[in-house]
Design a protein around this ligand. Structure first.
Ligand code: TPP
Length: 668
């Protein structure tokens, strides 16, 4: 199966091989010390990384967030030690040797997989295979968009990606490659670790794809090289720089290169090599140093490579200083993630306008109207939708589409690629300078969920415009009617799930989504029209506290009616019905549970009250018990929906004002 124990072929470039061997040794040592991790991939891709980082990648460890740095994505994130080793050797101050020694330990920067935010130099969180490659489409797209908006002299960098067989087998890679090829993202360069090994064994167990032909079919340029040949790697990168399309460089490698018995085998994928094997590997690689020791000369060579970017960055600083002051201020504002100065006034005006019109409006329509005002005023917004644009009202009337090779537009046609859209938006948000929002039907958050989860884990302020949010969508039926989705999304930590009740709340929730730059938001919006409930002007954004008393009981509160979104108007009707019986009910609108959770206990108690509670939401009960006391009831769904006009569905499933009032009475 392997001839790995034979003497290693002589390196093409002995200096680069020794530098690469430092990465190999650190990966072996750290995984061994942690008794956990993946030494195989770092050992296989070390030479490629060495050529890329020492000769091509544009970065400066002294300024890790320099906006015009090249972006590097380790999509095969299980090989995290490769990235940690690189950051350490190149001189990123926070990636100390101690951090490498604490690989995979509690509180270390060197977590099991690269996590954005734990250490500088980590652009995106990877580990779930395929995500990184899709993030990189967003990074490369953001670069082209910003270059078009601010000029090539200020924005002009590449996005480089390492990926493995696993990333290319994942379905999301299909969406990502198709989108990148379609858009002609020519500054996106992917290195595939073509080692023919996964956890189960040889890739021949499960895949026969011709990857090069596959990439070409997606509109990429693809070539195969020897991933151990430094000259071939450098030449391939140079060629990739000249293409008018994204590039795949398939690199033939050997997993755990150098290991005497485990190289080329699945045994080296995800377990420590063991002391004997490490000893043998170090001997064969000519690495005569103990654990975590990197000799001064090799360390100095890496530092020199790390210092290459400083002068380039200083030159860029001069360029930035030379552009028109207002353009520079705008560039910097957007890099900092600050909203335009008049943002609050804009939202207040939108709310006033909605009140003045007092129209029955679906919240998806209200969202469309909000965007008509926001998109011109907030130039960092990048809209889009996974098809369905006319349904989810994400495109404003003056929006221009982003087109292949033409990045002057601000609206993305993501195609029917929900997962790819979400991961691309994560990349756009991670890049900085743009705020992505994208739409589909709420039920298809299931198709995007792995990336939504990563938006939350990585603290990326992506905005998901998810319409058709309940049985209220009607005739499309149970396949399209979200039932458990809101609960499932609320279960994701650090994700704000907004379900606005009317047009004013929709504007407020948009404002909150935009203001929380370090948390993603879901806007769950209706297909069906809803009456305006927030008819009274209010100085504050009432949705900001997550829940509030929309209509207080007249007299002592005997029951609290809790609701979100389209069911708030049902609760209001129930309140009227109860009033006729002399029962004083309050209606609590709860557009965002996560924000309500963050309020003081006193505020929450004041809002929820001590009277019996009835909750109404056209979805499963899961989660509602958090807000319901002992004397309480829930009106909602307990199974899948059905295909029928909306007017028939609410009565059919018993989600009506009468049922809410009935439940309230039964508690008294
Ligand atoms: C979505 C997802 N599924 C499964 C895994 C678990 N996993 C981690 S690495 C791996 C095998 C990857 O094989 P390959 O990309 O060839 O990496 P190599 O063995 O060459 O390092 C798997 C299945 C994962 N990280 N993400």
């Amino acid at each position: 199966m392997t001839n790995a124990a034979l003497p290693l072929p002589p390196p093409v470039n002995p200096k680069l091989r020794r530098m690469a061997n430092a990465l190999r040794a650190l990966a072996m040592d750290a995984v061994e010390q942690a008794k956990s991790g993946h030494p195989g991939m770092p050992m296989g891709m070390a030479d490629i990384a060495t050529v890329l980082f020492t000769q091509f990648l544009r970065f400066d460890p002294e300024a890790p967030d320099w906006p015009d740095r090249d972006r590097f994505v380790l999509s095969n994130g299980h090989g995290s030690m490769l990235l940690y080793g690189l950051l350490h050797l190149l001189g990123y101050a926070d990636m100390t040797l101690d951090e490498l020694k604490r690989f995979r330990q509690l509180g270390s920067r060197t977590a099991g997989h690269p996590e954005r935010g734990l250490a500088t130099g980590i652009e995106v969180t990877t580990g779930p295979l395929g995500q990184g490659i899709a993030n990189s489409v967003g990074l490369a797209l953001a670069e082209r968009l910003l270059a078009t908006q601010f000029g090539d002299e200020i924005v002009n960098h590449h996005t480089y990606v390492f990926c493995g067989d696993g990333c290319l087998m994942e379905g999301i890679s299909h969406e990502a490659l198709g989108l990148a090829g379609h858009l002609k993202l020519n500054k996106l360069i992917v290195f595939w670790d073509d080692n023919s090994i996964t956890i189960d064994g040889p890739t021949s167990l499960s895949v026969s794809d011709d990857q090069l032909e596959r990439f070409r079919a997606h509109g990429w340029v693809a070539e195969r090289i020897d991933g151990m040949d430094h000259d071939a790697i450098a030449a391939a990168i140079r060629r990739a720089h000249t293409h008018d399309r994204p590039s795949l460089i398939a690199c033939r490698t050997t997993i755990a290169f150098g290991a005497p018995t485990k190289a080329g085998t699945a045994a080296a994928h995800g377990s420590p090599l063991g002391a004997e094997e490490i000893k043998g590997a170090k001997e064969r690689l000519g690495w005569e140093f103990g654990p975590f020791i990197v000799p001064d000369d090799i360390r100095a060579q890496w530092r020199e490579a790390g210092a290459r970017g400083a002068s380039v960055r200083h030159a860029w600083d001069q360029l930035l200083a030379g552009i028109a002051p207002d353009k520079r201020a705008e560039f910097l504002r957007r890099q900092k993630g600050e909203l335009p100065a008049d943002f609050d006034g804009l939202i207040a005006k939108l709310c006033d306008d909605f009140r003045a019109k007092n129209a029955k409006l679906a919240t998806r329509q209200a969202s469309g109207e909000v965007l008509e005002a926001l998109v011109p005023a907030v130039p960092e917004l990048l809209g889009g939708s996974a098809d369905l644009t006319p349904s989810n009202n994400t495109r404003t009337k003056n929006d221009i589409d982003v087109r292949p090779g033409d990045f002057s537009g601000r609206y993305m046609r993501y195609g029917i690629r929900e997962h790819g859209m979400a991961a691309t938006m994560n990349g756009i948000a991670a890049h900085g300078g743009l705020i992505p929002y994208g739409g589909t039907f709420l039920t298809f958050t299931d198709y995007a969920r792995p990336s939504i989860r990563l938006s939350a884990l990585s603290e990326l302020g992506v905005i998901y415009v998810m319409t058709h949010d309940s049985i209220g969508l009607g005739e499309d039926g149970p396949t399209h009617q979200p039932i458990e989705h809101v609960a499932a999304l609320r279960a994701i930590p650090h994700l704000m799930v907004f379900r606005p009740a009317d047009a004013v709340e929709t504007a407020e929730c948009w404002a909150l989504a935009l203001k929380h730059r370090r948390a993603p938001s879901i806007l769950a919006l209706t297909r069906q029209g809803l009456p305006l409930l927030r008819t009274e002007p209010h100085a504050d954004n009432r949705s900001a506290r997550g829940a509030y008393v929309l209509a207080e009981a007249v007299g002592e509160r005997r029951v609290s009616l809790l609701a979100t979104g389209s069911e708030v108007s049902i609760a209001m009707a129930a309140r009227d019905a109860l009033a006729k019986d002399g029962i004083a009910a309050a209606v609590v609108s709860m557009p965002c549970w996560e924000l309500f959770e963050a309020q003081s206990a006193d505020y929450r108690t004041a809002v929820l009250g001590n009277a019996p509670r009835v909750a109404v939401e056209a979805a499963v009960r899961l989660g509602w018990d958090r807000w319901l006391g002992e004397r309480s009831a829930f009106i909602g769904m307990s199974g899948f929906g059905a295909s029928a006009p909306v007017e028939a569905l609410y009565p059919h499933f018993g989600i009506t004002a009468e049922k809410v009032a009935e439940a309230a009475r039964s508690l008294l």
